[in-house]
Design a protein around this ligand. Structure first.
Ligand code: AMP
Length: 191
């Protein structure tokens, strides 16, 4: 199973990615987690992306694409994966297509976690208090929403046109949303 999970900041991608990946026995690969781990460990990559992330901007495409290609080439991702937070731009969509083409594979489904805008801001402000993520303050949150709307939202149409998009209502408890995702993905890949 080769899956993507998409949604606005605060839609619950990271939380759901872990459960969905376990359900399909594939690794959950989060570019945000990879970047955060590098920042925490003070690696050269971490130093390069720290300020970009704090400002709520996107890491340059080429750099992000290289990191994803390397991660997808690891043995555990050969038979499948769930990408969380990638692709985020049309350039990244094309890069992922090229990578999959070269490896003779395709995506099975793109999960879109749909959550209304008011709820997103509320969730992010709550996460700011509980997790203390550096990019979860109100100014940055609003900026990340704008960046998402301008650069990432158009990807939903692109995947819908390819008949890959599986829209799931992201409101409700973690378990409710998880079972909705599994049901919707199973229905989409067996149709
Ligand atoms: P996330 O954990 O997915 O919300 O990502 C946190 C931050 O990491 C984003 O706001 C970006 O700064 C950076 N990031 C994660 N994934 C990508 C990506 N695919 N392209 C560019 N930047 C990314």
């Amino acid at each position: 199973m080769r899956l993507l999970i998409m949604g606005a900041p605060g839609a619950g991608k990271g939380t759901q990615a872990v459960g969905v990946a376990a359900h399909y026995r594939v690794p959950a690969i989060s570019t945000g987690d990879i970047f955060r781990a590098n920042v925490k460990n003070g690696t050269p990559l971490g130093k390069q992306v720290d300020a970009i992330m704090k400002a709520g901007n996107y890491v340059p495409d080429e750099l992000t694409e290289e990191i994803v290609a390397n991660r997808l080439s690891e043995p555990d991702a050969r038979k499948g994966f769930l990408l969380d937070g990638f692709p985020r731009t049309m350039h990244q969509v094309d890069a992922l297509d090229d990578y999959l083409d070269q490896h003779g594979t395709t995506l099975d489904a793109v999960i879109f976690l749909d959550v209304d805008a008011e709820m997103l801001i509320a969730r992010l402000l709550k996460r700011a208090q509980t997790e203390g993520r550096a990019d979860d303050n109100e100014t940055t949150i609003r900026h990340r929403m704008d960046v998402y709307r301008d650069s990432t939202q158009p990807l939903l149409d692109a995947y819908a046109k390819r008949d890959l998009l599986v829209r799931v209502d992201g409101q409700g408890s973690v378990d409710e949303v998880a079972s909705r995702i599994a049901a919707a993905v199973d229905a989409a890949v067996t149709r």
